[in-house]
Design a protein. Structure first.
Length: 253
Protein backbone atom coordinates (compact mmCIF):
# COMPACT_ATOMS: atom_id res chain seq x y z
CA UNK A 1 0.00 0.00 0.00
CA UNK A 2 2.81 2.43 0.89
CA UNK A 3 4.39 1.67 -2.50
CA UNK A 4 1.22 2.80 -4.30
CA UNK A 5 0.95 5.87 -2.08
CA UNK A 6 4.60 6.59 -2.89
CA UNK A 7 3.86 6.65 -6.63
CA UNK A 8 0.90 8.96 -6.17
CA UNK A 9 2.77 11.41 -3.95
CA UNK A 10 5.87 11.28 -6.18
CA UNK A 11 3.80 12.44 -9.14
CA UNK A 12 2.16 15.14 -7.04
CA UNK A 13 5.64 16.28 -5.94
CA UNK A 14 7.47 16.00 -9.27
CA UNK A 15 5.34 18.35 -11.35
CA UNK A 16 5.47 21.42 -9.06
CA UNK A 17 9.10 20.63 -8.20
CA UNK A 18 10.17 20.82 -11.85
CA UNK A 19 8.04 23.91 -12.37
CA UNK A 20 9.63 25.61 -9.36
CA UNK A 21 13.13 25.00 -10.75
CA UNK A 22 12.17 26.62 -14.05
CA UNK A 23 10.33 29.56 -12.46
CA UNK A 24 13.05 30.28 -9.90
CA UNK A 25 15.69 30.06 -12.63
CA UNK A 26 14.13 33.08 -14.30
CA UNK A 27 13.73 34.89 -11.00
CA UNK A 28 17.41 34.27 -10.21
CA UNK A 29 18.50 35.80 -13.49
CA UNK A 30 16.38 38.88 -12.87
CA UNK A 31 17.32 39.42 -9.22
CA UNK A 32 21.05 38.88 -9.74
CA UNK A 33 21.37 41.10 -12.79
CA UNK A 34 19.06 43.90 -11.65
CA UNK A 35 19.44 43.93 -7.87
CA UNK A 36 22.69 42.13 -7.07
CA UNK A 37 23.97 39.49 -4.68
CA UNK A 38 21.65 39.93 -1.71
CA UNK A 39 18.45 39.87 -3.77
CA UNK A 40 19.72 36.76 -5.54
CA UNK A 41 20.51 35.20 -2.17
CA UNK A 42 16.98 35.88 -0.94
CA UNK A 43 15.60 34.22 -4.08
CA UNK A 44 17.68 31.13 -3.33
CA UNK A 45 16.36 31.02 0.23
CA UNK A 46 12.79 31.00 -1.07
CA UNK A 47 13.69 28.26 -3.56
CA UNK A 48 15.04 26.00 -0.80
CA UNK A 49 11.94 26.58 1.33
CA UNK A 50 9.80 25.71 -1.69
CA UNK A 51 11.69 22.49 -2.46
CA UNK A 52 11.58 21.28 1.14
CA UNK A 53 7.94 22.27 1.45
CA UNK A 54 7.03 20.31 -1.67
CA UNK A 55 8.87 17.26 -0.34
CA UNK A 56 6.37 17.16 2.50
CA UNK A 57 3.85 15.94 -0.10
CA UNK A 58 5.78 12.65 -0.08
CA UNK A 59 5.47 12.30 3.69
CA UNK A 60 9.01 13.65 4.09
CA UNK A 61 9.92 15.09 7.48
CA UNK A 62 13.08 16.94 8.47
CA UNK A 63 14.60 17.51 11.90
CA UNK A 64 17.32 20.13 12.24
CA UNK A 65 19.14 20.29 15.57
CA UNK A 66 19.81 23.58 17.34
CA UNK A 67 23.58 23.95 16.98
CA UNK A 68 23.16 26.04 13.82
CA UNK A 69 21.64 28.79 15.93
CA UNK A 70 24.86 29.08 17.96
CA UNK A 71 27.30 29.41 15.06
CA UNK A 72 29.05 32.77 14.78
CA UNK A 73 28.41 35.02 11.80
CA UNK A 74 31.55 37.13 12.29
CA UNK A 75 33.99 34.52 10.99
CA UNK A 76 33.99 32.11 8.05
CA UNK A 77 32.88 28.50 8.38
CA UNK A 78 34.05 25.33 6.67
CA UNK A 79 31.04 23.00 6.65
CA UNK A 80 32.22 19.40 6.26
CA UNK A 81 29.34 17.06 5.54
CA UNK A 82 28.59 13.51 4.59
CA UNK A 83 26.67 13.27 1.32
CA UNK A 84 23.68 11.06 0.60
CA UNK A 85 21.45 12.71 -2.01
CA UNK A 86 20.75 15.83 -4.05
CA UNK A 87 18.36 16.93 -1.31
CA UNK A 88 21.28 17.45 1.07
CA UNK A 89 21.83 20.74 -0.74
CA UNK A 90 18.48 22.45 0.00
CA UNK A 91 18.65 21.15 3.58
CA UNK A 92 22.02 22.83 4.12
CA UNK A 93 21.18 25.99 2.19
CA UNK A 94 18.00 26.49 4.20
CA UNK A 95 19.23 25.52 7.68
CA UNK A 96 22.45 27.55 7.40
CA UNK A 97 21.19 30.39 5.23
CA UNK A 98 22.52 33.02 7.68
CA UNK A 99 26.01 31.84 6.77
CA UNK A 100 25.71 32.04 2.97
CA UNK A 101 26.83 28.48 2.15
CA UNK A 102 28.93 28.06 -1.01
CA UNK A 103 29.46 24.63 -2.49
CA UNK A 104 32.30 22.65 -3.98
CA UNK A 105 30.53 20.78 -6.78
CA UNK A 106 31.53 18.66 -9.77
CA UNK A 107 31.66 20.60 -13.03
CA UNK A 108 28.98 18.45 -14.65
CA UNK A 109 26.36 20.12 -12.43
CA UNK A 110 27.17 23.52 -13.93
CA UNK A 111 25.08 22.89 -17.04
CA UNK A 112 21.59 21.70 -17.86
CA UNK A 113 19.73 21.87 -14.54
CA UNK A 114 17.37 24.84 -14.18
CA UNK A 115 18.06 26.97 -11.09
CA UNK A 116 20.74 24.60 -9.77
CA UNK A 117 23.28 25.12 -12.56
CA UNK A 118 22.73 28.88 -12.63
CA UNK A 119 23.27 29.16 -8.91
CA UNK A 120 26.41 27.03 -9.04
CA UNK A 121 27.87 29.21 -11.80
CA UNK A 122 26.85 32.62 -10.46
CA UNK A 123 26.51 32.20 -6.69
CA UNK A 124 30.24 32.17 -5.81
CA UNK A 125 30.36 28.37 -5.66
CA UNK A 126 33.17 26.47 -7.34
CA UNK A 127 32.93 23.78 -9.98
CA UNK A 128 35.75 21.28 -10.07
CA UNK A 129 37.00 18.65 -12.47
CA UNK A 130 37.46 15.61 -10.26
CA UNK A 131 39.94 14.22 -12.79
CA UNK A 132 42.13 17.33 -12.62
CA UNK A 133 43.53 17.57 -9.10
CA UNK A 134 45.45 20.81 -9.72
CA UNK A 135 42.38 22.60 -11.10
CA UNK A 136 40.24 21.33 -8.25
CA UNK A 137 42.62 22.49 -5.54
CA UNK A 138 43.11 25.87 -7.19
CA UNK A 139 39.33 26.39 -7.34
CA UNK A 140 38.87 25.28 -3.73
CA UNK A 141 41.66 27.63 -2.67
CA UNK A 142 39.84 30.49 -4.38
CA UNK A 143 36.69 29.60 -2.44
CA UNK A 144 38.65 29.68 0.81
CA UNK A 145 39.95 33.14 -0.03
CA UNK A 146 36.40 34.28 -0.77
CA UNK A 147 34.85 33.05 2.50
CA UNK A 148 37.78 34.47 4.46
CA UNK A 149 37.17 37.91 2.95
CA UNK A 150 33.37 37.97 3.34
CA UNK A 151 32.82 35.78 6.46
CA UNK A 152 30.79 33.24 4.52
CA UNK A 153 30.83 29.46 4.53
CA UNK A 154 32.13 26.71 2.25
CA UNK A 155 30.41 23.33 2.03
CA UNK A 156 32.58 20.38 1.11
CA UNK A 157 31.82 16.68 0.89
CA UNK A 158 35.08 14.86 1.74
CA UNK A 159 33.65 11.53 0.57
CA UNK A 160 33.93 12.87 -2.98
CA UNK A 161 30.61 11.40 -4.12
CA UNK A 162 27.36 10.51 -2.45
CA UNK A 163 26.74 7.35 -0.48
CA UNK A 164 23.86 5.44 -2.05
CA UNK A 165 23.19 3.33 1.04
CA UNK A 166 23.91 5.81 3.83
CA UNK A 167 27.20 4.14 4.81
CA UNK A 168 29.93 6.70 5.30
CA UNK A 169 32.66 6.48 2.67
CA UNK A 170 36.36 7.20 3.12
CA UNK A 171 37.12 10.87 3.79
CA UNK A 172 39.63 12.63 1.56
CA UNK A 173 41.65 15.39 3.15
CA UNK A 174 43.00 17.53 0.28
CA UNK A 175 40.00 19.81 -0.23
CA UNK A 176 39.53 20.57 3.44
CA UNK A 177 43.27 21.12 3.87
CA UNK A 178 43.20 23.70 1.07
CA UNK A 179 40.28 25.52 2.66
CA UNK A 180 42.08 25.58 6.01
CA UNK A 181 45.12 27.05 4.29
CA UNK A 182 43.25 29.81 2.46
CA UNK A 183 40.66 30.58 5.15
CA UNK A 184 42.85 30.56 8.27
CA UNK A 185 40.26 32.18 10.56
CA UNK A 186 37.50 29.69 9.71
CA UNK A 187 35.78 27.39 12.16
CA UNK A 188 35.25 23.83 10.97
CA UNK A 189 31.68 22.60 11.44
CA UNK A 190 30.84 18.90 10.92
CA UNK A 191 27.41 18.14 9.47
CA UNK A 192 25.81 14.70 9.76
CA UNK A 193 22.91 14.00 7.40
CA UNK A 194 20.73 10.98 8.08
CA UNK A 195 18.43 9.10 5.72
CA UNK A 196 18.35 11.48 2.74
CA UNK A 197 19.64 8.59 0.63
CA UNK A 198 16.29 6.88 1.19
CA UNK A 199 14.49 9.64 -0.74
CA UNK A 200 16.27 8.62 -3.95
CA UNK A 201 16.91 4.95 -3.20
CA UNK A 202 14.66 3.94 -6.14
CA UNK A 203 15.72 6.76 -8.43
CA UNK A 204 12.40 8.59 -7.93
CA UNK A 205 10.50 5.46 -9.06
CA UNK A 206 8.96 6.25 -6.61
CA UNK A 207 10.08 8.44 -3.72
CA UNK A 208 9.28 6.24 -0.70
CA UNK A 209 6.46 7.68 1.33
CA UNK A 210 7.25 8.92 4.84
CA UNK A 211 11.05 9.38 4.86
CA UNK A 212 12.30 11.00 8.05
CA UNK A 213 15.60 12.86 7.64
CA UNK A 214 17.91 14.67 10.00
CA UNK A 215 20.45 17.44 9.53
CA UNK A 216 22.70 17.51 12.56
CA UNK A 217 24.99 20.51 12.94
CA UNK A 218 27.70 19.25 15.25
CA UNK A 219 29.97 21.11 17.64
CA UNK A 220 32.43 23.36 15.75
CA UNK A 221 36.16 22.75 15.79
CA UNK A 222 38.67 25.59 16.02
CA UNK A 223 41.52 24.34 13.82
CA UNK A 224 44.10 26.58 15.49
CA UNK A 225 47.09 24.49 16.59
CA UNK A 226 45.70 21.40 14.81
CA UNK A 227 46.99 19.82 11.62
CA UNK A 228 44.52 19.18 8.76
CA UNK A 229 44.86 15.47 9.52
CA UNK A 230 43.88 16.03 13.16
CA UNK A 231 40.94 18.22 12.14
CA UNK A 232 39.65 15.63 9.70
CA UNK A 233 40.01 12.83 12.23
CA UNK A 234 37.85 14.75 14.70
CA UNK A 235 35.31 15.63 12.00
CA UNK A 236 34.98 12.05 10.80
CA UNK A 237 34.70 10.66 14.33
CA UNK A 238 31.93 13.10 15.25
CA UNK A 239 29.97 12.37 12.09
CA UNK A 240 30.38 8.60 12.56
CA UNK A 241 29.18 8.83 16.16
CA UNK A 242 26.13 10.85 15.11
CA UNK A 243 25.30 8.37 12.33
CA UNK A 244 25.88 5.38 14.61
CA UNK A 245 28.60 4.06 12.32
CA UNK A 246 31.54 3.87 14.70
CA UNK A 247 33.93 1.27 13.33
CA UNK A 248 36.94 1.66 15.58
CA UNK A 249 37.65 2.95 19.06
CA UNK A 250 36.84 6.66 19.20
CA UNK A 251 39.54 8.99 20.47
CA UNK A 252 38.60 12.01 22.51
CA UNK A 253 39.25 15.48 21.12
Amino acid sequence: MLYIIGWITTILFAIPFLMSLVIFHGIQVITLNLFGYHAHKKTLDYLQATILGLLYITGFRLRINRWHEKLPTDRPLILVSNHQSIFDIPMILWALRRHHPKFVAKKELGRGIPSVSYHLRHGHNVLIDRKDKDQALQAIGGLGTYIEKYNRSAVIYPEGSRSRDGILREFKINGVAKLLETAPSALVVPLAIKNSWKIVRYGFKPIPFGTFCELNVLEPIDPKNLTPEEVMKIVEERIRICLGQVQTQITQS
